[in-house]
Design a protein around this ligand. Structure first.
Ligand code: 5MM
Length: 342
């Protein structure tokens, strides 16, 4: 019923030189981010911060869509414009996180399964009515001794596929996000194995549940060494291994792949995306859907002060521009100097 619209939305999300900005932190994650700048996580502070992120002048050159949290999609800018309308006015699509978070998986110590399927059909209809064009669901896969287990991969893939099928039924493009966490001492080889197993399981579940691959976007984690691995792989190796893994496990019918940053530094995440695009052409556009790697400099500049909003917006604009350049392999470290001039 919504085929044409889904196709157009997915294409717009991964249009040349554009990516997604993830600002869908749940209240506990937002509190963690605000704690790092000693700002209280109140409803109004969260609204003011999101307004800063949503209203960066000129962002639409680099950003195709923003992923909001339930609280945010119901909030408005200080002038009373609802956030989805403020995005639409700039030509940016509204996305919405619809999962209810990763919870302990029964019978699988150390592993999690993402919840949120109950009542999802009705919630999707409501979000579409509020102006959302796409949705996001994140599964969390941990690498550890003897994990991820096939049971955990299956449970998460099943939930991701059920979510994706419901989204397409409701006319929303599903962003399917199976995040293999960077936390731990594991090597890049272990990350490769876990990521390949995860993606194969997810695409099998999507097939079984009749999800149209042409009408979804994959949000992937990179194949990267664990954050505490004593010998971490360099930029070229991360790019090479990530591409090899994706080519093995992701069908070419998928209209685009956007990466999460997963705790990488802001410039590191840009460099990885750039290196991958330099190694093209690839079966899919490769772009970004970063949360922390886009927001971090702006968050640190803002510090809860309205006097810092304009400078914080410049910092975000700069990261958006750098990642847009990385979508076509045009990013260089020298370009980081532009921020000094901005
Ligand atoms: C922005 O953070 C998102 C929400 O996380 P919680 O549900 O844990 O609060 C998160 O899903 C995010 O969209 C992705 O992990 C990508 O963000 P990063 O920071 O990894 O690029």
């Amino acid at each position: 019923m919504y085929e044409r619209e889904l196709e157009a939305t997915a294409a717009a999300m991964v249009a040349k030189g554009k990516g997604l900005l993830a600002i869908d932190e749940s209240a506990p994650t937002c509190k963690k981010r605000f704690d790092s700048i000693s700002v209280e996580s109140t409803v109004e502070n969260r609204r003011a911060y999101r307004e800063l992120l949503i209203t960066v002048p000129g962002a639409a050159q680099f950003i195709s869509g923003m992923i909001l949290f339930d609280e945010t999609i119901r909030q408005s800018a200080a002038d009373g414009t609802p956030f989805p309308a403020a995005l639409k006015h700039q030509g940016i699509l509204t996305g919405i996180k619809v999962d209810a978070g990763a919870k302990k998986l029964a019978g699988a110590p150390g592993e999690k399964v993402t919840e949120g399927l109950d009542g999802l059909r009705e919630r999707l209809v409501e979000y579409r009515g509020m102006g959302a064009s796409f949705a996001k669901w994140r599964a969390v896969i941990t690498i550890g001794e003897r994990i991820p287990s096939p049971y955990c991969l299956d449970a998460n893939a099943h939930a991701l596929a059920r979510y994706a099928a419901l989204c397409q039924e409701a006319g929303l493009v599903p962003v399917v996000e199976p995040e293999v966490l960077m936390d731990g001492k594991h090597t890049i080889e272990r990350c490769f194995e876990a990521t390949e197993a995860t993606l194969r399981c997810v695409f099998n579940a999507l097939y079984l549940q009749r999800v149209a691959l042409e009408h979804m976007v994959l949000k992937a984690s990179m194949v990267i060494s664990g954050s505490e691995c004593p010998k971490r792989a360099g930029v070229e190796e991360v790019a090479k291994q990530t591409l090899l893994c994706l080519k093995r496990a992701v069908p070419a019918a998928v209209p685009g792949i956007v990466f999460l940053s997963g705790g990488q530094g802001a410039e590191e995440a840009t460099a990885h995306l750039n290196a991958m695009n330099l190694m093209g052409p690839h079966p899919w556009p490769l772009s970004f859907s970063y949360g922390r790697a886009l927001q971090e400099p702006a968050l640190k500049t803002w510090r809860g002060q309205s006097a810092n909003v304009a400078t914080a917006q410049k910092a975000l604009y700069h990261r958006e521009k750098m990642n847009s350049a990385a979508c076509s392999g045009r990013y260089t470290v020298q370009m980081e100097q532009e921020k000094v001039a901005a």
